[in-house]
Design a binder for this molecule. Structure first.
Ligand code: FES
Length: 174
């Protein structure tokens, strides 16, 4: 039998030689409270501006401006026609309708009832949601029939040099 492998290479006391209780940091009640207050302070300061933004967003009152996005050229959109686009994100469906020579309206086209897509019915001159026969006024985005109770979020558009841009989403009080 080889003695060597069974031998502890140093005195067992060495296992605890580096523990010196006198130098351990004691997290007493006062220390704990200080840490807690500090953490709360950091959280409050870091979340302050966003709290305001979130409150405004939740209240649904903000008008949010995004990077302007080209929707189409005026000459490619006849009076009474509509075109679908995405705004502000690549997954946010929206619709632009040309109501007259120089009147353009645009909305996020997720129905305010249960978010089905809303379509422009050119013949009837109204926006319809096929899911539960919801209808919206194309001039204002306000619901006119069916279960929807809130108007469609309007997208403000700008016309520059014959091009229509989406610039801002208007949100309404829920
Ligand atoms: S989802 Fe549009 S009417 Fe219900």
């Amino acid at each position: 039998m080889n003695d060597k492998n069974n031998k502890i290479p140093f005195d067992e006391d060495n296992y605890t030689h580096n523990i010196n209780r006198n130098n351990e940091r004691v997290l007493d009640r006062r220390g704990f409270m200080k840490t807690l207050v500090g953490a709360a302070g950091v959280f409050a300061v870091s979340s302050l501006p966003w709290g305001g933004v979130a409150a405004k967003e939740l209240a649904g009152l903000g008008e949010k401006e995004y990077k302007h996005k080209k929707i189409t050229d005026i000459k490619s959109l006849a009076i009474g026609d509509s075109v679908d686009f995405k705004f502000p994100g690549e997954h946010d469906d929206a619709i632009l309708i040309r109501l007259s020579d120089n009147k353009f309206v645009a909305y996020q086209n997720a129905c305010t009832h249960l978010r089905c897509p809303v379509f422009w019915d050119k013949e009837k001159g109204e926006m319809i949601c096929p899911c539960h026969h919801g209808k919206f006024d194309a001039e204002t985005g306000a619901p006119t029939a069916g279960p929807p109770r809130r108007q469609l979020p309007e997208i403000q558009v700008n016309v520059e040099n014959g091009v229509i841009y989406a610039v801002r989403v208007k949100r309404y009080e829920a």
